[in-house]
Ligand binder design. Sequence first.
Ligand code: HEC
Ligand code: HEC
Length: 385
Amino acid sequence: MRYRAISSAATTLAAALLLGACGPAGPQEGDEPATAPATEKTGTEQTAPPGAESLVASAMNVFQPLPSTLPVLETNPLTPEKVELGKMLFFEPRLSASWLISCNTCHNLGLGGVDLMETSIGHGWQKGDRNAPTVLNAVYNVAQFWDGRAEDLMEQAMGPVQAAVEMNNTPDRVVATLRSIPEYVERFEEAFPDDAEPVSFENMARAIEAFEATLTTPGSRFDRYLEGDEEALTAAELAGLGLFMEKGCAACHAGMNVGGSDYFPFGVVRKPGADILPPEDKGRFEVTRTVADEYVFKSPSLRNVALTAPYFHSGGVWSLGEAVDVMGSVQLGADLTPGDVEAIVAFLESLNGEQPNVSYPVLPSHTAETPLPFVAPRATPGRGD
Ligand code: HEC
Ligand code: HEC
């Protein structure tokens, strides 16, 4: 497996904090030049908050709007056939050993792409040890998983199918399942016309990646603001945006995905409690085996974050306000006032984009050749088994 080479977390963090301290910050009290355009505009003095002009300019430096066009995957060009097949596979529970669990079970597209669980529940009702991040806009993340251990969505998609606590299947059994269903064979041939063996585990992952690349959420009010519609955000949201940049949140949550672009220690200034940062999950350390990467995680994209509680890789926090408060304290050493937290939450809510309108696919019937489902027997069979 290949991983994107990154600079050590410590270097990245230093650079990030520098950006937070010296980079384009939000409006500072008293630093508004007397000739600031905001004060010259006629008729808007009452609605435009002080520093509105410099705020939008700073924001445009730090964040980019999500494009409304689909991303281009260089190694996996999107075709309608591939995307449609990928959609079917995303909703296909027969990719799991039990025939009960699909990608959509834990990344429910009707629920912002998550399962609303602290940590996910998979095969045989087993509880995993991490919270399911959203698949929405995941295509724009630097790498996949909380620790970035999969380079891209294709590599990622091969993981859950095989994970014992998730779908508990094997590549051979998945391929046997797909080959046993004539409509899938036909659809793989159409989606991968140049392949000698169109039905393969890798092509399953390629098709799912192609579908996931369509799961973007442009058109949030924040995007409209970045595109120049200064009326798109309310005064409270603008105040929250200002604080988000001024306090240093944007050092780690910036760019097109408002995060998702790099790795940082969780607990830069203060270590969070074990309920939020369980000591046994050392994050990116498991990937790089570098001590500096202990308790280092990908800073998640904050797009649609208001829809994807509970928060953090542990799922230990249910309220967005509390998550913001924790971040201020453990990452920045800033004790945010309740008013600050409220404003930042208001800003984060403006990041909800247009949710993909996905029609539920009709899945083809299995045949006599399809390997049958199984659920591992429970260690201690009880009544009702
Ligand atoms: C049992 C629940 C479960 C199932 C089923 C499941 N996932 Fe996940 N998914 C998770 C969890 C939990 C994580 C985070 C794991 C980690 O970081 O170690 C995750 C991470 C991801 C990510 C990374 C997102 C990011 O921002 O890092 C993507 C993409 C994803 N899953 C797609 C899929 C696809 C595609 C399928 C079906 C083939 C699938 N998942 C099946 C629970 C699940
Ligand atoms: C030094 C980098 C850094 C700074 C500064 C920072 N964050 Fe984070 N943020 C992270 C990382 C890393 C995580 C993931 C932590 C985890 O669960 O392992 C995270 C997680 C979050 C989450 C949870 C998202 C989810 O989907 O679970 C929210 C909300 C958040 N940050 C908001 C903020 C806000 C608001 C600020 C400013 C007060 C801020 N962050 C400052 C790096 C940072």
